[in-house]
Design a protein around this ligand. Structure first.
Ligand code: URP
Ligand code: ZN
Ligand code: ZN
Length: 470
């Protein structure tokens, strides 16, 4: 099946020009002006942007967490992603206590089987090197296309690892070429602060934020950077929220160390004012690291502009407010941590980043597609528009007006963090390897079309190669 996209404004991280794109056998095979070629399907993209499909390197679909399971499974989460212009994501496999990494990977693959709407890869979240996974097994994962290890420095008693596990994993990564990802908050200190708050009778959602101060994020970020340097491992700090964490990352990058940072859409738009909302409304904003004071919004915009932070992800970890967040009605520490966002990232960053003049269109593409693809071994198959790349494309209407709402989104979450926000600019047609996923506000493709992508190691490119079913 061939496809011709006529006359769109092609925007990549580097370029911005009007041309036609010809797609054959799932890949881009020709780009040029007024191509004289016939195709099975023609899309008129005049007046539209043609963007690379966005890549989200940080999602949690069908994940057991906080006494429940995230409400979006692979099908609903990826459907939501597709409507938002995201055509590839990397989800976290969580190694259960006592599980080998192979067993954990099998569990996650079973959850995805037959349900995939977009392409995907996996990170491995290491939780246990004592009884289940071994360092030897960890070292084999990059050969299976799982080229990043994630460690939680927080969530004591659940996902948190000690510094020995963190450091040993870094040593393995230094050998195998995998990227180490950290959730950087000091879990021991947070545990003390949570106990003190509860003992003082503070049970409301606001205390989730007050017991996870920016210093706890800054300390863990510094520690991870120094340990990664010692181990000789490349480091990626996920969901950075504040000045205390941006500064050490910026310094490491200035020094030329292999350190990168990511923030997430929600940290530009939510604050302590939200989590302090009455009648348990604040629980919608319980995620970790927590919302910060508004002064950090400018810190983050500046960081993504200057490349102190190189990626904007979603950390989509959706729970229903009415039933799941309610687990913590009487105790903030029992509110499942996480929020929805897979569908909103491109629209929100386009509106408040590009249209507001904070970042350029090219930089938006770089932050949402190209850099995540490069860092996570998907580039240039994903994350750009080039001959040979997968035809993962978003035909984006820069004039389309949309009001973001849980009434119309495709996540199973019963709320969005941006309810009622009006934006101008939204995906019109979304293509995965040349197949139409979304058109006329409808999901056109059937679940099962998405594939598992075996990713390359840090610094290596992913050239066209066969993909395998999940
Ligand atoms: O609150 C959050 N972010 N939930 C998802 C797990 C994580 O820490 O990324
Ligand atoms: Zn995290
Ligand atoms: Zn996360």
């Amino acid at each position: 099946m061939s496809l011709l996209i006529r006359g769109g404004r092609i925007v990549t991280a580097a370029d911005d020009y009007v041309a036609d794109v010809f797609v054959d056998d799932e890949r881009i095979s020709l780009i040029g002006e007024n191509l004289d070629i016939s195709a099975d399907k023609v899309i008129d993209a005049a007046g539209r942007y043609v963007l690379p499909g966005c890549v989200d390197p940080h999602t949690h679909l069908d994940m057991p967490f906080g006494g429940t399971v995230t409400i979006d499974d692979v099908e609903s989460g990826q459907t939501s992603a597709a409507f938002g212009g995201t055509t590839c994501h990397v989800d976290f496999v969580i190694q259960g206590k006592g599980q080998t990494f192979g067993q954990a990977l099998d569990d996650w693959r079973a959850k995805a089987n037959g349900k995939q709407v977009i392409d995907m890869g996996y990170h491995m979240a290491v939780t246990d090197l004592a009884e289940g996974g071994t360092l030897e097994e960890l070292a084999t994962l990059p050969d299976q296309g799982v080229t990043s290890y994630k460690l939680f420095m927080a969530y004591k008693g659940a996902l948190m690892v000690d510094d020995e596990t963190l450091y040993r994993t870094m040593e393995v990564a230094a050998q195998t070429g995998a990227l180490v990802m950290v959730h950087a908050e000091n879990g021991d200190v947070i545990d003390v602060l949570v106990k003190e708050a509860l003992a003082a009778g503070h049970t409301e959602p606001l205390y989730h934020a007050l017991t996870r101060p920016p210093e706890a994020e800054g300390e863990a970020t510094n520690r991870a950077i120094q340990l990664a340097r010692l181990a000789g491992a490349p480091l990626y700090v996920v969901h950075v929220t504040c000045k205390e964490a941006v500064e050490p990352i910026a310094l490491a990058r200035e020094r030329g160390w292999n350190v990168w940072g990511e923030t997430c859409t929600q940290y530009f738009f939510t604050s302590l004012d939200d989590i302090a909302k009455p009648n348990f409304e604040g629980a919608k904003y319980v995620f970790s690291p927590p919302v910060r004071d508004r002064s950090n919004w400018d810190v983050l915009w500046n960081a993504v502009r200057t490349d102190a932070l190189s990626v904007i992800s979603t950390d989509h970890c959706a729970f229903r407010w009415d039933t799941q967040k309610a687990l913590g009605k009487d105790d903030f520490s029992k509110i499942p941590n996480g929020g929805p966002g897979l569908e909103d990232r491109l629209k929100m960053i386009h509106e408040f980043g590009v249209r507001a003049g904070r970042i350029t269109l090219n930089r938006m593409v770089e932050l949402l597609a190209t850099n995540p693809a490069k860092l996570f071994g998907l580039y240039p198959r994903k994350g750009t528009i080039a001959v040979g790349s997968d035809a993962d494309l978003v035909i984006f209407d820069p004039d389309k007006r949309v009001t973001i709402s849980a009434k119309t989104h495709h996540s199973k979450a019963d709320y969005t963090l941006y309810e009622g926000t009006e934006v101008t600019g939204a995906p019109e047609v979304v293509l995965l390897r040349g197949h139409v996923l979304v058109e006329n506000d409808e999901l056109v493709a059937a679940p099962g079309i998405g594939r598992f992508v075996a990713r390359a190691r840090v610094g290596e490119e992913l050239r066209p190669a066969p993909t395998v079913a999940a």
